[in-house]
Design a protein around this ligand. Structure first.
Ligand code: FES
Length: 132
């Protein structure tokens, strides 16, 4: 943990906040998920390319606090290459652990990432139902 003016954020979290991975939108996505925290107004949009049951590409756009942005960035890294089944098992705690932990007051911020994953996988399932 460090105190570069960001409280007790880990170096991993600060790196993902300052250099977020996979920012933007997947072109012609197979799934899009949205999540928002009504308490603070922060939002995450997650888009995925999926083929043969595996997430090939994940991108995000986020408007929010440093933990929400770092969490969304880490989420895209964690998701890329996973099977859809394994992605469905990812939790906000997995994201928080991958970020090197979150200060107690920011633990709720990683929930946005989990909600965005759930929303995207729901969208994927809904699209596959309409293709049948
Ligand atoms: Fe809103 Fe972090 S303060 S998600």
């Amino acid at each position: 943990m460090t105190s570069r003016g960001f409280g007790s954020y880990s170096e991993i979290l600060l790196d993902h906040f300052e250099n977020p991975r996979n920012v933007g939108d997947v072109e012609s996505p197979d799934a899009v998920g949205r999540a928002g925290n009504p308490a603070c107004g922060d939002t995450v949009v997650l888009s995925l390319r999926v083929s043969e049951g595996r997430i090939r590409q994940a991108r995000f756009r986020a408007s929010g606090c440093s933990a929400a942005i770092a969490g969304a960035s880490m989420t895209t890294v964690l998701l890329t290459g996973l099977t859809v089944e394994r992605a469905a098992e990812l939790t906000d705690q997995d994201v928080a652990v991958a970020l090197g932990g979150l200060p107690p007051a920011k633990v709720h911020c990683s929930v946005l990432a989990e909600e965005a994953i759930r929303s995207a996988l729901d969208d994927l399932a809904a699209r596959s139902r309409t293709k049948r």
